[in-house]
Design a protein around this ligand. Structure first.
Ligand code: GTP
Ligand code: MG
Length: 335
C-alpha cells in the first residue's frame, strides 16, 4: 500500500468505527492471530510495543510497528483539551446501589462507569450483598437511574447466590427470571483464570452484549492464596497491578463500571481505631477510583466509609442488608 492509500484508509477508519482489520498489513490471518492473543480492538494494539505485540501474536515486528503507529493515529491518543475531556465524561452512567445513603456517599447517583469502585471489609460486612444488589440495579432503565445493561459476575469464592438475586429482584418488583438471565456468572478457580475471564468480556461486548457492570468478588483472594510467601509479594503486586490496569482500560473503553471486593487483614502496627487494612495495599488503592470500607455497625446496621476519594469528602453513612435488598438507615440522634 502506498503512503497515500494508507492515509486514506486511516482517515476512513477514523470516521467510521475503526476495527483492527482496518490497520495496514492486518488481513484476515493477522486478525485471527491478534484475536487469539486476546486483542480485539485498536486500543489493544495501540498500547503495546512492536516486540511485545510480535511476540504475543507471531506477526512480524515490522508489521506490528506499522499497525501500532496507525492504531495510535486512529485513536488520536495524546492530549485532549478540557472541553473534549468534559465531553468524554458526559456519557458516564451510574448504577444505584439500592441505598440512597451509599449513592450519596459516592457522589449522588451510585457506582460510576469508566471507574473502578473497590469495597473492602471483614467477612460478613456486606460486600457480596452490595455486589448482588448492583448486578440487579444495573438493569434499571434510564428513568430509574440505571444504564439498562447487563452484569458480569466473576465469583472467586463460590458465594454467588441466584436465590439472593431473586429476592433483590422481587424486592424491587422486577421479574426474577429476567433479572437472572441478564447476569453472566463465572466461577474463577485461580488468578490466571480470573484474568482470562476479564479478557473474555471484551469479546462478549463485541458480540453485542450490553455489559455495563463487571463485578469481581473477590479481587484479591486468589492472589493472596497463591502468593503466600514473603518473597512473592513483589510478584503478586506486579500481577495485581497489571490486572487492575486491564480492568481500568476495559472500564474506560467500554464505558462500564468495575466493582471489586477486597478482604482485609489485621494490621498489628495499628493501635487505635479499626485495625484492618485492605489486601493489595497501595497497588489496589491507587488503581481504584473509589474505595469504600464496610463494617458492622450497631444492631443490624452496616457502616460504609469513603476513603481517599480524589473529588469527594471522606464521609461515612449507615445502611442495612434486608431480605429485599439494601435499605437506608435514618440516623436519629444517639441510638
Ligand atoms: P465475605 O465474602 O465473607 O468476606 O463477606 P461479605 O462482606 O461478602 O459478606 P456478605 O455480603 O455476604 O454479607 C453477609 C451478611 O449479609 C449476613 O451476615 C447477613 O447479615 C446479611 N444477609 C445476607 N443474606 C441476607 C438475607 O437474606 N436477609 C437479611 N436480612 N440479611 C442477609
Ligand atoms: Mg463475600
Amino acid at each position: 500500500m502506498t503512503d497515500k492509500e494508507e492515509a486514506k484508509k486511516i482517515k476512513g477508519a477514523v470516521e467510521e468505527e475503526a476495527k483492527i482489520s482496518d490497520l495496514p498489513g492486518i488481513g484476515v490471518a493477522a486478525v485471527a492471530k491478534l484475536e487469539s492473543a486476546g486483542i480485539f480492538d485498536l486500543m489493544g494494539v495501540a498500547t503495546l510495543s512492536p516486540p511485545v505485540l510480535s511476540e504475543l501474536t507471531g506477526i512480524g515486528e515490522a508489521v506490528c510497528r506499522k499497525a501500532i503507529q496507525a492504531s495510535r493515529k486512529m485513536l488520536n491518543l495524546g492530549f485532549m483539551d478540557a472541553f473534549e475531556y468534559g465531553k468524554k465524561r458526559e456519557d458516564i452512567n451510574y448504577i444505584p446501589t439500592g441505598s440512597k445513603n451509599i449513592d450519596n456517599l459516592l457522589g449522588g447517583k451510585g457506582v460510576e462507569s469508566k471507574a473502578i469502585t473497590e469495597v473492602f471489609g471483614a467477612f460478613g460486612s456486606g460486600k457480596t450483598q452490595l455486589a448482588l444488589s448492583l448486578a440487579v440495579n444495573v438493569q434499571l432503565p434510564k428513568e430509574k437511574g440505571g444504564p439498562s445493561g447487563k452484569a458480569v459476575y466473576i465469583d472467586t469464592e463460590g458465594t454467588f447466590r441466584p436465590e439472593r438475586v431473586k429476592q433483590f429482584a422481587e424486592g424491587m418488583g422486577a421479574n426474577p427470571e429476567k433479572v437472572l438471565k441478564n447476569i453472566f456468572v463465572a466461577r474463577a478457580f485461580n488468578s490466571d483464570h480470573q484474568i482470562l475471564l476479564v479478557e473474555k468480556i471484551g469479546e462478549m461486548i463485541k458480540n453485542g452484549e450490553p455489559i455495563k457492570l463487571v463485578i469481581i468478588d473477590s479481587l484479591t483472594a486468589h492472589f493472596r492464596a497463591e502468593y503466600a510467601g514473603r518473597g512473592q509479594l513483589a510478584d503478586r503486586q506486579q500481577r495485581l497491578n497489571k490486572y487492575l490496569h486491564d480492568l481500568m482500560k476495559l472500564a474506560e473503553q467500554r464505558n462500564l463500571a468495575v466493582f471489586v471486593t477486597n478482604q482485609v487483614m489485621a494490621n498489628p502496627a495499628m493501635m487505635f481505631g479499626d485495625p484492618t487494612t485492605a489486601i493489595g495495599g497501595n497497588i489496589v488503592g491507587h488503581a481504584s477510583t473509589y474505595r469504600m470500607y464496610l463494617r458492622r455497625g450497631k444492631k443490624d446496621t452496616r457502616v460504609a466509609k469513603l476513603i481517599d476519594s480524589p473529588n469527594l469528602p471522606d464521609n461515612e453513612t449507615v445502611f442495612m442488608v434486608t431480605t429485599d435488598g439494601l435499605k437506608d438507615v435514618i440516623l436519629k440522634g444517639e441510638d
